[in-house]
Ligand binder design. Structure first.
Ligand SMILES: NC(=O)c1ccc[n+]([C@@H]2O[C@H](COP(=O)([O-])OP(=O)(O)OC[C@H]3O[C@@H](n4cnc5c(N)ncnc54)[C@H](O)[C@@H]3O)[C@@H](O)[C@H]2O)c1
Length: 386
């Protein structure tokens, strides 16, 4: 068993989700690398120490540059806000470290492109944590599509709805609310939420070539936590866009943080000539499948035709042979464990796991085209290729 010495940057939501994955990897997956939690890094030494003690990191750094330059680190995990990704990733690539970076890859395409160049020139293993690909039901959706079960695709529709920023009294910026500060986040729901939907959509249905969007900022000014001043809000609070895929199908996407009653309603449906597939994150252990034409080539007899609810817990289902017995479910945290397992298997097999930085750049291109279209009202070519 080889050591995989991890340097974690950020101790927030994702710092915790990923730490859990490192700790459990070899308990569940037969890989030859055992993660060692070497160092946790964030600016506040006391809080970072508390995080490190809780999760079992050996030491603490308060300057990410020191962590990136450290000899005893093999892999840098970027769990800091989006404005940090570019500098950390480029420095880590130059230092020859493997890099796992949270999504979105960066704030803009201009930031993301040199990150791709840096990891490719350095030849370091890299992946972006688009973890929803590793929800077993979503991986099964990909399998069903690859098996040709839905035939020619006509439609992909998807949403990601939340409701936590409706009050104009919520401030922007600082440690807790950097997502509302365009400087730190790059964009609002487009980069934060729709990036996930776009990654899943393109993984399942190929490149998105053109988009037209309507974005809105409902609360135009908010107090900034760092300056104390009321400042303009630069992020998109809501985004709706229509997309064209290279395969000729049409996409419809919606995301908002103003859908009262929804915390993380994340769904997609894909309609093909021979069948349809639907997913809902609130019932993530299920995949709904409508089979019109069977793999035998026969159409399903009309009196028994209907939506089938697949409980994705059998050992034949993606990732599920690593966990419990059929019928018993896994959760959100396992999507990170599954992603990490794929990354490590990629290192060991020489067949790198996806999405790497180059693939995540394609999602970044779509996000940027969506935002540009939101500003101009025009159809925009994305330039995304896979
Ligand atoms: N894959 C997913 O589903 C998912 C979910 C949430 C967040 N994210 C992404 O993960 C990243 C982090 O988001 P989060 O929700 O964990 O944020 P968070 O606010 O909970 O944590 C951010 C962490 O970054 C640290 N940080 C900030 N500036 C730093 C600096 N200069 N040096 C070192 N550390 C610094 C903070 O101390 C904090 O620990 C973002 O890019 C976000 O888009 C992805």
């Amino acid at each position: 068993m080889k050591e995989l010495r991890v340097g974690m940057i950020g101790y927030g939501f994702m710092g915790r989700a990923h730490s859990n994955a490192y700790k459990r990897l070899t308990d569940f997956f037969p890989v030859q690398h055992k993660p060692v939690l070497k160092a946790a890094c964030a600016r506040n030494a006391e809080k970072t120490r508390a995080f490190a003690d809780n999760w079992g990191y050996e030491r603490v750094e308060t300057d990410w540059r020191r962590l990136v330059g450290a000899q005893d680190i093999d892999l840098i995990d970027i769990c800091a806000p989006n404005d940090m990704h570019h500098d950390i990733a480029i420095a880590a690539a130059k230092a020859g470290k493997m890099i796992l970076c949270e999504k979105p890859l960066a704030r803009t395409v201009a930031e993301a492109e040199p990150m791709v160049t840096a990891v490719e020139q350095a030849g370091v293993a890299n992946m972006v944590w688009f973890n929803y690909r590793r929800v077993p039901s979503i991986t099964l959706a990909r399998q069903l599509i690859d098996e040709g079960r839905i035939g020619r695709v006509f439609h992909f529709r998807s949403n990601f709805l939340q409701d936590w920023t409706i009050s104009p009294d919520v401030p922007q910026g600082g440690a807790g609310l950097w997502r509302l500060d365009v400087q730190a986040a790059g964009s609002g729901v487009t980069g934060d939420l729709l990036a996930h939907n776009i990654d899943t959509a393109m993984w399942l249905n190929g490149p998105i070539t053109r988009v037209v969007a309507r974005t809105e900022t409902f609360v135009k000014q908010r107090q900034h936590v760092l300056t104390g001043k009321v400042e303009p809000v630069g992020i998109d609070d809501a985004c709706l866009f229509i997309a064209e895929f290279a395969n000729g199908s049409l996409g419809l996407f919606e995301s908002t943080r103003y859908a009262r009653g929804h915390k993380a309603l994340k769904t997609f449906e894909i309609n093909g000539a021979d069948g349809s597939i639907a997913f809902d994150l609130e019932e993530m252990e299920y995949l709904d499948f409508f089979e019109y034409k069977q793999s035998s080539g026969q159409t399903t007899e009309s009196h028994i035709r209907g939506w089938r609810r697949i409980h994705v817990t059998n050992s034949e289902h993606p990732y599920m042979d690593r966990y419990w017995v059929p019928g018993l479910v896994i959760g959100y945290e396992h999507t990170f464990l599954n992603a990490l397992a794929d990354f490590v298997k990629g290192i060991e097999s020489g067949k790198p796991a996806q999405p790497d930085f180059r693939t995540a750049l394609q999602t970044q291109k779509v996000c940027e085209a969506v935002l540009e279209s939101g500003r101009t009202g025009q159809w925009i070519e994305t330039g995304a290729t896979l």
